[in-house]
Design a protein around this ligand. Structure first.
Ligand code: ADP
Length: 257
């Protein structure tokens, strides 16, 4: 069996504040192998973003362990719902922000920035300001900025949810392709079940808070063509959707619907 790039074992976490304790995660265990695309779904407020923040190292587990494969100096890229681009900088300057802060601007990463801008269809826009771009384009710029750090694991927290429905379909499929082509291990938090099915190799379904892993659902889709909507038109798609729908709706108390 392949060596996992990330391993969570019996991870528990609670928030503490003046109002008391909020238990968010209990006994979360799973592993991810290199190059896998895994989505995390679950009821609203169950602890999905909390789990990502622990994997990113922004919070520490109360108990349990999160282990990264350090043999390759594994770096993590974290992309959030908002693009957080700096309006006064051009697209190119936004992308080069990380190397600039780290004082690691080199001819190689300048070349990488131009290659990524080209790959993502944004080369023409490198001298524009973020306000001149559409929401989908800005989200792609945010992804390039994350990719500039050369992450081995990409954490995506609802990265498409600020986009309108049609843009979301296009941008998520497009970004999914780019990530797969680059072979980057990815964990996506989403509340959009169709998006999770279309993009993932495997889906982790969390229970209501404090979250446990209810089920792991491996995804295999038969794609008829290479169009952006091929995954959503796959014959297996409706069945996966029904399974996810049932698992998640079982977690909502009737009075909370
Ligand atoms: P999800 O991403 O699944 O919607 P979150 O991980 O954001 O859920 O939150 C899980 C639970 O923890 C929620 O009940 C939320 O209100 C609570 N929570 C999140 N952040 C904090 C915090 N900083 N302090 C206290 N409670 C928090």
């Amino acid at each position: 069996m392949k060596q996992p790039i990330l391993q969570c074992q019996n991870v528990c976490f609670s928030y503490h504040n003046l109002k008391g304790e909020t238990s968010a995660l209990t006994n979360i265990s799973f592993q991810i192998t290199k190059g896998e695309f895994v989505s995390i779904v679950g009821p609203s407020g169950c602890g999905k973003s909390t789990l990502l923040s622990l994997i990113a190292g922004l919070n520490m587990p109360e108990s349990g362990t999160i282990t990264l494969d350090r043999s390759e100096n594994t770096k993590i890229g974290y992309m959030l719902q908002q693009d957080h681009l700096l309006e006064w900088r051009t697209i190119y300057q936004n992308i080069m922000l990380g190397p600039e802060i780290n004082q690691t601007i080199t001819p190689e990463n300048e070349k990488l920035a131009l290659t990524l801008l080209n790959d993502y269809g944004l080369a023409r826009f490198q001298d524009k300001k973020p306000g001149e771009l559409s929401g989908g384009m800005k989200q792609r710029v945010a992804l390039i900025r994350t990719m500039m750090l050369n992450p081995q694991i990409l954490l995506l927290d609802e990265p498409f949810s600020a986009l309108d429905y049609q843009t979301r379909l296009m941008v998520s499929a497009d970004i999914g392709r780019i990530i797969r082509k680059a072979g980057i291990t990815t964990i996506l938090v989403t509340h959009d079940l169709s998006e999770a099915i279309a993009l993932s190799d495997r889906i982790l379904i969390l229970s209501k808070r404090p979250a446990t892993i209810k089920k792991e659902l491996p995804i295999t889709l038969t794609l008829a063509d290479d169009s952006l909507l091929a995954a959503r038109n796959a014959p297996e798609f409706p069945n996966y959707f029904s399974v996810l729908w049932k698992e998640i709706s079982d977690e909502y108390d009737t009075e909370n619907r």
